[in-house]
Write a protein that binds this ligand. Structure first.
Ligand code: DC
Length: 418
């Protein structure tokens, strides 16, 4: 399957308590440059609020009213959407055992579930999302592009949850943890409305005897296999460009240590030749799989046009303010992805510097991503077989709203690498 020009997919991960859905989901999302949300947090947040306000976790009507009355926001933090109630991000308080048990009761209220589903659909509407919970594939996104059901033995889950609680400073007896998981499993799968069920189309991944990184790899393998030719072709092409650039043009890459191995990175590069994107991609491919902003026209080329998406390209309409492209680029950076941008827009000749557009400054300031100034050398002289060089400068972060100022500073640093 290819998601070509379609919106990015939704990956649904369901499964019982303590199976590692969040750990796996966050990693899968990061590797794909998607956002992640743990919908259990929403039920936990409501349960916490109900306990605070003295609303019984069994009073379905009062809970539904409470969930409608609250302001729900979802705040991105390093690619993870955190639940905020009335402007407050709740974190540690949601981990307690009291909230865990109450959340499972709260989740049985039909009015609450209807409201949560509405919120969750709005969150995932634009795609590029890994969403985990109990009913994502069966109820929230029954048309999700990828559906996974994570499972593990009760003992394994109890051990994992015990460790997780310990790491959060909550000490509980292992038997108590096992009992609590068992009780929640029963409540979650026996409730009348949207119980925990495996969707018939879901791929079951059992993590009992495997480490979570192994599970992440398996999930990604399924996604990539179905994404088809594009992923494989991109990997092969990067290898080929790197091989040829080294062999024929003695490609030299300096400053690779300046490129963070994880987290959002914006690579701002000068632009002198059509070869710049593949050469930069090949130069950094051993560390990061880059994405690009590319002019929309190339997506209608025969054959290749369908593959650009898989080569990490985001279509950009250069004749108007393209909010969709900007949103996608921001989502990618906030999700911990790596984006290469040529701030001058079109190609400039040789050393002649063109004025940067404000876009690079906006993306840098708005995403909070790390900016790595980069310079390609001699890609415009490939017919003379000059040595190709890619130089990566020191990483910088930009805070605030002086987007044009940021853009000028970034280009100054790219210039300084000449
Ligand atoms: O995944 P978790 O343990 O944080 O979830 C807390 C509770 O929320 C869980 O016991 C069941 C409920 N839940 C649900 O009913 N549907 C979801 N999509 C996610 C969680």
């Amino acid at each position: 399957m290819s998601w070509g020009k379609r919106k990015k997919p939704i990956i649904a991960i369901d499964g019982p308590a303590g199976v590692g859905k969040s750990t796996v989901g966050v990693w899968v999302a990061k590797r794909l440059g998607f956002l992640f949300i743990n919908t259990g947090e929403m039920y936990r947040a409501l349960a916490w609020k109900a306990l605070q306000e003295g609303v019984s976790p069994q009073d379905h009507q009062a809970l539904a009213q409470l969930s409608e009355r609250l302001r729900w926001d979802f705040v991105p933090r390093e690619g993870v959407l955190k639940t905020a109630l009335d402007g407050q991000v709740l974190d540690q308080v949601l981990a307690s055992e009291e909230v865990s048990l109450a959340s499972s009761l709260v989740a049985a209220a039909p009015g609450v579930r209807r409201h949560m589903r509405k919120l969750q659909r709005a969150i995932g509407e634009s795609g590029g999302m890994v969403m985990e919970g109990r009913d994502i594939a069966t109820n929230v996104f029954p048309d999700a592009d990828f559906k996974f059901y994570l499972d593990a033995s009760l003992d394994t889950r109890a051990l994992r949850r015990h460790l997780q609680l310990h790491q959060r400073g909550i000490e509980m007896d292992l038997d108590q943890v096992r009992g609590s998981i068992l009780l929640r499993d029963r409540q979650d799968s026996e409730r009348q409305i949207n119980p925990l069920r495996r969707s018939p189309q879901a791929i079951v991944v059992d993590s009992t005897r495997r480490t979570l990184p192994e599970v992440v790899d398996e999930v990604l393998r399924h996604v990539q296999r179905r994404a088809g030719l594009g992923f494989a072709a991109y990997g092969f092409l990067l290898f080929l460009v790197r091989f040829l650039a080294r062999l024929i043009y003695r490609l030299e890459v300096t400053g690779l240590e300046n490129l963070p191995r994880s987290g959002g990175v914006l690579i701002a590069c000068n632009h002198v030749s059509l070869l710049d994107p593949p050469v930069v991609a090949a130069a950094i491919a051993s560390i990061r799989r880059p994405h690009f902003l590319a002019k929309r026209e190339i997506f209608s080329w025969p054959l290749l046009g369908r593959l650009w998406r898989h080569f990490g390209a985001i279509p950009l309409n250069r004749t108007a303010a393209d909010l969709r492209a900007v949103r996608e680029a921001l989502q990618l950076l906030k999700g911990g992805g790596c984006l290469v941008i040529f701030p001058e827009g079109t190609r400039g000749r040789g050393s002649r510097r063109k004025h940067p557009r404000g876009g690079v400054g906006f993306l840098a300031g708005k995403s909070g991503a790390c900016v790595v100034p980069t310079r390609v050398i001699n890609t415009d002289r490939c017919f003379r077989f000059r040595r190709l060089e890619v130089r990566l400068g020191r990483p910088t972060y930009f805070e605030g709203r002086d987007y044009h100022g940021f853009a000028a500073r970034i280009m100054g640093e790219v210039e300084a690498l000449a």
